[in-house]
Write a protein that binds this ligand. Structure first.
Ligand code: CP3
Length: 366
């Protein structure tokens, strides 16, 4: 039984369904349809917890080589779809390829995470090159096109990019950070200068996502993994406003492609983000309470989430209970089952299979 849910006035939850995607469960949920069997995909569903990924990874020296080799990246995208029958196939790439293509060289060292040349002033921003960006990102478009040809008809191809704020955190800090001291200091002390970096990332992200959509992506997700570290006025300026610009540009060029926003850690600002950014659907981290999400977020549009990645790693009854709670909470409206953050490398493959099997069974009446 499927029924259409009318979003709250002013909401943006009715993306419409593209004719070619009319029957795909994930696109149906993202267009506002409720379903007893919710679609599922997982952030970081491709990656080190899969033995076939670890094999593939050995064929290239660096992680970015994998992202920029279409034959291998397409294979990495398809591995979890083949193994588990996920409803979504997330393009295999990384949010930092945009920084790399702008000229801020990214290196992934084994066990250390990303390392970038820190960008800390306007002169460095002005050296970032939008010219030729699409040529440098062409291998990712090629991956997208290859996957589009190979996917089962019921599976949705999801493109993605990082939110400008999150990509900026890596560029300014020069890698991962605990305190975000450098990026916050710049953003707070010299907002006009920092705005130039965000502006360039907004433009690059629009070009990049349009390229993915042109190559066959049927939905896109914006990963703003570090949205949650900003005070409210700064969140408005550095998370919501840039996201809104990207959403408006994509809606203008590709009005039927749903956009999922993931402002991880936004807490009390999730609702402000959902309304203010104009994204079609909202991806929730694991700390968002289900009752509040149902009342204040799912009333605006489709929600996605929010199983704790550690529940997936633990498996068994605790995982089953958590998934069931999510399903019961959101059953009256449109939603997508996902994690609150990415699959962890230590996750047993069998638990992912178990999760998908649970979701293919209707909920028992209680
Ligand atoms: O399966 C998928 O979800 C598609 C591929 C994907 C990757 N990264 C592959 C990857 C996606 C969607 C991402 C997003 C991403 N990348 C985010 C946003 C989501 C989040 O996790 O918060 C961020 C912040 C990054 C940046 C990044 N990439 C970091 C900090 C690291 C190092 C930490 C780590 O997990 O190793 C990466 C590396 C990375 N990206 C790997 C994979 C599979 C592991 C590297 C390897 O396999 O050698």
């Amino acid at each position: 039984m499927n029924r259409r849910v009318v979003p709250e006035k002013g909401g943006t939850g009715s993306a419409g369904v593209t004719p070619q995607g009319a029957g795909k469960p994930l696109l149906r949920a993202l267009s506002g349809e409720a379903s007893q069997l919710p679609p599922v995909w997982l952030m970081r569903q491709a990656g080190r917890y899969l033995p076939e990924y670890r094999e593939l990874r050995k064929r290239v020296p660096g992680f970015l080589d994998l992202c920029f080799t279409p034959g291998l990246a397409a294979e990495a995208t398809l591995q979890p779809v083949r193994r588990f029958g996920m409803d979504g196939a997330i393009l295999f790439s990384d949010i930092l390829v945009v920084a790399h293509a702008l000229g801020d060289k990214v290196q992934f060292r084994e066990g250390e995470g990303p390392a970038l040349d820190p960008i800390r002033n306007v002169e460095a921003v002005r050296r970032l090159a939008l010219d030729g960006l699409s040529e440098r990102l062409a291998p990712v478009y090629e991956t997208t096109a290859r996957v589009a040809l190979l996917l089962p008809p019921q599976t949705t191809l999801i493109g993605f990019a990082g939110g400008p704020w999150t990509v900026a955190t890596y560029m300014v800090e020069g890698g991962a950070s605990r305190t975000f001291a450098a990026v916050k200091h710049w953003a707070f002390a010299d907002p006009e200068g920092f705005a130039e970096l965000i502006e360039r990332l907004v433009e690059a992200t629009i070009i990049y996502l349009r390229g993915q959509i042109a190559a066959g992506a049927q939905a896109v997700q914006l990963f703003d993994s570090w949205a949650g570290v900003l005070p409210e006025p700064n969140f408005q300026r550095w998370v919501i406003a840039p996201t809104r610009r990207i959403v408006d540009a994509l809606k203008e060029s590709h009005p039927h492609v749903p956009i999922i926003g993931f402002p991880r850690g936004a807490g009390l600002l999730y609702r402000t983000y959902f309304r203010g950014s104009g994204v079609t659907a909202l991806s929730l981290d694991s700390t968002v309470p289900l009752g509040i999400a149902r009342k204040t977020l799912q009333s605006i549009g489709p929600v996605q989430g929010n199983l704790d990645p550690l529940h997936l790693m633990a498996g068994g009854a605790a995982m089953a209970e958590s998934v069931e709670a999510i399903r019961r909470a959101f059953a009256g409206g449109p939603f997508v089952i996902n994690l609150g953050h990415g699959v962890l490398p230590e996750t047993p493959v069998a638990h992912v299979a178990e999760l998908v099997a649970l979701l293919r069974r209707p909920l028992e009446a209680s």
